[in-house]
Write a protein that binds this ligand. Structure first.
Ligand SMILES: NC(=O)c1ccc[n+]([C@@H]2O[C@H](COP(=O)([O-])OP(=O)(O)OC[C@H]3O[C@@H](n4cnc5c(N)ncnc54)[C@H](O)[C@@H]3O)[C@@H](O)[C@H]2O)c1
Length: 392
């Protein structure tokens, strides 16, 4: 996508060595493609896992919406990889526990509260506990729905055990402990993408505030989602591994800390960035996606809390830590600033989103009217090639 990781990622050897010196364990690395069944089977034969945490999928909705080739590649990559894991479990590690990363985006934004995977439903006088309907919003998100169905079915027919983690949007740079206590060893940094396809909302806002670009809200910015810092994501995966379900059980965890609108989050980043001497501005741009911008959103998230999940409540300190980690890499981010504005549209066309004119009307998210003529803004509009009809 023309982007790069905002944080430099050390060589794999350096990362393994640093992990060993800091945490006292040598990680075993095998590189291979999960869609290659032989690779997966060889790995299972070698390791005979007790637990499998499966994060190896393409995670990008926009990437999957580029065209037919990308849509089909994402679906094949994600679904085939998971199918290989399920069959390898059946044949080589039937007692093992699969912790599979799904996404809260599988549910979409129904006008109902969202349970954790299943709900009781009454229809024509009969009752049943059924999978909650999924209404995904991209080919990527549908690939995760298809995965969920396949994992659920494999548990039923093969007697496997699995936890399907409906993860919210992840942000942050510090993945062990909590942010304030554990500045990351730079050699252990994981990727932090900020391009339109692989950068998640808060990571992108943080990179934008570091290089003085406006924090760009899609449309009204009233889309509400569940978010969690990466250290909490790690905490939840560890809890799931430590508390496996029974053989044959397929369970679903909704994994997020709290729900926020995109405007609320941008305002939080802007507040922290201002406290750190940056000059953040929040602006609305055309929404390249087809999604509801005003909607009900009230998902359950009790299962992980019942296992002892302790959410990081202090988003501000998490954001401050992220900005501290990103600021030294200002130049790396600034050199690729052009990847920040989205151009992948849900109708299959490519056109950079223009800035939306006029007041946001919500009043409380710190969104400015575009101050005409300020550095960068008109340029970005011109770059977008958007006409002057309300958008510039
Ligand atoms: N980041 C988020 O906010 C978020 C939210 C919800 C769910 N998820 C899910 O979490 C998981 C990890 O996401 P991430 O954000 O860390 O993405 P990421 O791109 O940083 O990590 C995914 C990794 O999987 C690898 N991969 C992809 N296909 C593979 C294949 N066929 N064989 C081997 N490796 C393969 C990629 O090379 C990459 O290293 C994904 O399943 C994603 O759908 C992420």
């Amino acid at each position: 996508m023309g982007g790069r990781s905002a944080l430099p990622v050390a060589s794999i050897k350096e990362r393994l060595d640093t992990f060993e010196s800091v945490y006292g364990a040598r990680l075993h690395l095998v590189q291979g493609d999960l869609t290659d069944k032989d690779v997966v089977y060889r790995l299972f034969e070698e390791v005979r896992p007790e637990a499998i945490v499966h994060l190896g999928e393409c995670p990008s909705a926009p990437y999957s919406m580029i065209d037919a080739d990308h849509a089909i590649w994402v679906q094949r990559n994600n679904i085939e990889g998971t199918m290989n894991v399920l069959y390898a479990m059946r044949d080589l590690a039937p007692e093992s526990h699969l912790v599979k990363l799904g996404t809260m985006g599988e549910y979409g934004t129904p006008n109902l509260d969202i349970p954790e995977g299943f709900f009781e439903v009454e229809y024509r006088g009969r009752r049943d506990r059924l999978p909650f309907p999924r209404q995904a919003g991209s080919w990527y998100h549908w690939s995760k729905v298809h995965d969920s169905n396949n994992v659920m079915f494999a548990c039923r027919i093969f007697g496997l055990r699995a936890t399907d983690v409906m993860q919210g949007v992840v942000y942050g740079t510090r993945f062990f402990g909590n942010a304030a206590d554990h500045p990351a060893d730079p050699a252990l940094h994981t990727r932090l993408d900020f391009d339109q396809a692989f950068g998640t909302a808060l990571n992108r806002f943080s990179c934008q505030s570091v290089i003085g670009e406006p924090l760009t809200l899609f449309g009204l910015g009233n889309q509400r989602r569940g978010f969690l810092p990466i250290c909490d994501s790690m905490q939840c995966l560890a809890l799931a591994v430590d508390n496996p379900p029974q053989a044959g059980d397929y369970r679903v965890f909704n994994q997020f800390e709290e729900t926020y609108t995109i405007s609320e989050l941008a305002a939080k980043v802007a507040t922290v960035a201002s406290e750190m001497g940056l000059d953040p501005r929040i602006r609305r741009i055309e929404n390249p996606r087809k999604e509801m911008e005003e909607h009900h959103y009230n998902p359950d998230h009790d299962h992980l809390l019942a296992l002892g999940y302790q959410p990081t409540r202090d988003m501000e300190s998490e954001l401050r830590a992220m900005l501290e980690d990103l600021l030294p890499h200002h130049d790396r981010i600034a050199a690729r600033r052009e990847v920040l504005l989205p151009d992948i549209r849900w109708d299959g066309s490519r056109r950079k989103s223009g800035f939306l004119d006029g007041s946001n009307g919500t009043g409380d998210a710190g969104i400015e009217d575009p101050p005409f003529g300020e550095r960068g803004k008109r340029d970005a509009g011109a770059e977008a090639g958007v006409s002057n009809s309300g958008i510039h």
